[in-house]
Structure formats: C-alpha cells, structure tokens
Write a protein that binds this ligand. Structure first.
Ligand code: SAH
Length: 377
C-alpha cells in the first residue's frame, strides 16, 4: 500500500489523542433521533412529549433559541435546553451577493473553529451548501479549504444546524425571487463528507426525516460530494438512502488525478468509477461527475475524449465547474471556447453535461473558495 503523507483523517475519538482545539461540541437534539431525544427528556424527569415539542420548534418552525420556545414551562425549558439545545454556531459574518440571491455565512464553533455555509436562491428551489469538517485533510491543490489542512470533524448537529439556520433565513423571505422553503442540501462546503462518515450519514437522516424528527427534505434533493473514498462510497450504497452522489473526478487519467486529487494515489480512477457505478446500480441514482475546468491542466480535447469513453453508457451526469482561482494559485479557469469544446466532445460521446453557474464568486463563497480561517485574519 502506498503511503499518503499529505492526507489527514481525523481521529473519531474525541477523548483520544486529539488536541483541545479538536474537541467535539456538546450534544444537541439534532445529534439524536426522536426516541433518543425522548430518552434524554424522560431521564430529566420531564414528559417524553417535551421532546416532540422542542423538535417541532427546531425542525418544524426553524426556531433554534430556547427563549423563543414559550409554550414550554420556563423551568422545564431551561433543563431541557441545557441538555439538548447548546448553542453550536455563532454567526461571525453574513454576506450577500448576486443581488441578494446568494448569502454566505461564517460561523464560529464552540472551540473557536470557523466554518462556512452558502445559501443559494433560484426561481424554483433553494439550496444550502454545508460543511462537514472544519478544514479538510484531502489536500487538493486547487481548493482553498484543502490548503489549511484538517482541524476536526463536525458533529451531526453542527452539520444539521447550518441547514436549519439557513432554512430560517430563507423562510424569513430574505432571498428575493425564490421560494421561502429550503429544498436542497449539497455537502460541498468545507471538508470531505465521507471522511466523517457516520456523522454525515446521521445528518442526512436528520435532514430527510419528516418533522418533527427531522427537517423533512427529500433524499433526492440531498447531494453528498466526495473526492472518492472508495470503501465509504461502497458503504454509502448500502445505507438504503437515495441521495445523489457527486464524485470530484477532475481528471480522467491517473497521472494527472494523482496530483489534483491526491487520494487518487490510493484509489485509482478505474476503482473510483467502479464504486460510482456500483452506487448508481444500487440506488438507481445518476452519479454526478464534478470536473473543475483548469486552463491547460485538465481541459485538453484528448482528456474530454478519454472522459467521454470512461462515462459513455453509464448512469451519470457531468458538472463542469469553471475553476475559481484561489489566492496564490498558479491555476486559472479554462477559456470559454475551450470549455465549450470540452462540453461538445462529452455530449458527442453521449454523456449528459452541464456547466455549473458560479454563485458567490465575489464573496469567496463559490466552490472551493471556502477558507474561513484565512478570511478573518
Ligand atoms: N470534499 C468534497 C466536497 C467539497 S468541495 C469533494 O471534494 O467532493 C465541492 C466541489 O468543489 C468539489 O468537486 C471540489 O473539487 C470543487 N472545488 C474545490 N475547489 C475548487 C475551485 N477552486 N474551483 C472550482 N471547484 C472547486
């Protein structure tokens, strides 16, 4: 087995060798399913019904502050809030762009770690892009988050609370020209979701369970994006979830992918695509192939043709992402004519292909630009 000195995986044991900086947050109701919440509440000597009541506030009405849950007796509310509603996310900054249709939120977590989320309004849907880790250990050289390394995994509730908070922002009508209800979640913020597997899967279950157990989103409207951790992709295929899997491929050949997505040194293009097709087969879901278009690096016509050959006849869709150059990067986005030729060749091979719009570029909220620690210094 080749060693991967560049890639960092968090210890999942919060009491283990991790530093104080990497401490996990206190437990929150979104870490637990409804019966778990009921167990906590009854242990406090309160009626199990109270668990449903606070869950209805949190997931049904998007009320996150205990002080606003006024139908609970104050004493019971305080006791329950101390156990199940710790403050997990402190907003540090919220910025809007794209005429108010895109909003980025920067949060401070209980241990001082910083993470970001992005809310995007469209005429027919509202999407939130959430983080699964503080930082990222995957070291992709074109990604801003990847440069700072991994701080720690987020807890299930820290992941879910980003979506609940921003669903509340959407519900308050702040996104002009969009529905007020959050409909889509993409795990395309900071971190590698499948490196924080159990908490991400629990977060997906919470986001998609009907209220008051969860937020009630459709599983089909949740996308989990990965660099291609093959065993975890295979495990996800067996979870019985119908979420969309997005694979950050970025190169059709091992030589280049070894550099752009260093985990490729461990799991090669052929293996990662096999795992993707396994996922498509098990779930019936089309797998998204993400491909950042980098000028003179991965955008040559021969790479489009090779990619086309790898994907033709498969249940897949290619999302080309114009590269968002990160500070100090030697790379740039491909010119539009080169991008158009790449699209043309993929489509000629029968592969469904679109180019992603790049929301939030000027607020450093676009794909790969989330690097919270850097922007606050
Ligand atoms: N770790 C996961 C999810 C996070 S990033 C993953 O890698 O899939 C979501 C997408 O943005 C990934 O496809 C990632 O490769 C891409 N991305 C990262 N940096 C980018 C940049 N500077 N420009 C364009 N896309 C970028």
């Amino acid at each position: 087995m080749t060693s991967l000195p560049l890639i960092q995986i968090a210890s999942d044991d919060p009491t283990g060798s991790t530093s104080r900086r990497a401490a996990m947050p206190p437990r929150h109701l979104a870490d637990l399913d409804l019966s778990g919440r009921q167990a906590v509440v009854t242990e406090l000597g309160e009626s199990a019904f109270r668990a449903r009541q606070i869950s209805t506030h949190y997931f049904g009405r998007l009320v996150r502050e205990p002080a606003r849950m006024t139908d609970l007796p104050a004493a019971a509310r305080d006791r329950i809030a101390a156990e199940l509603l710790p403050n997990l996310l402190t907003p540090v900054r919220e910025v809007a762009t794209d005429d108010g249709a895109t909003r980025k939120a920067l949060w401070r977590l209980h241990d001082g770690s910083l993470v970001e989320s992005v809310l995007m309004g469209y005429p027919d849907r509202v999407t939130v892009c959430i983080s699964s880790q503080a930082g990222c250990g995957m070291a992709c050289p074109f990604c801003a988050t990847g440069q700072a390394g991994l701080t720690r995994n987020l807890s299930t509730a820290e992941i879910v609370d980003q979506a609940v908070y921003l669903a509340g922002v959407a519900a308050s009508g702040l996104l002009a020209g969009s529905p007020s209800r959050l409909s889509h979640v993409v795990f395309m913020g900071m971190g590698e979701p499948l490196a924080n597997y159990a908490r991400v899967v629990a977060a997906v279950r919470r986001l998609t369970a009907p209220a008051p157990e969860g937020l009630g989103l459709s599983q089909r409207h949740v996308t989990v994006s990965t660099v291609g951790l093959v065993p975890a992709m295979r495990r996800l295929a067996d979870e019985g979830l119908s979420v969309t899997l997005a694979l950050s491929l970025h190169a059709p050949d091992d030589e280049l992918r070894d550099e752009l997505v260093p985990v490729n040194q461990r799991w090669k293009v052929a293996e990662v695509l096999d795992a993707a097709w396994h996922y498509a087969e098990r779930t019936g879901r089309r797998v998204s192939i993400e491909y950042a278009m980098i000028r003179d690096v991965n955008d040559q016509p021969w790479r489009a043709d090779l990619l086309g050959r790898l994907l033709t006849g498969r249940l897949t869709h290619v999302n080309l992402i114009p590269l968002n150059p990160t500070p100090g990067s030697r790379w740039d986005a491909s010119p539009k004519p080169v991008e158009r030729e790449f699209v043309r060749r993929l489509r000629a091979a029968g592969v469904s292909t679109t180019v992603r719009d790049t929301r939030g570029r000027e607020i450093d909220g676009a794909c790969g630009q989330l690097a919270a620690a850097a922007v606050t210094q």
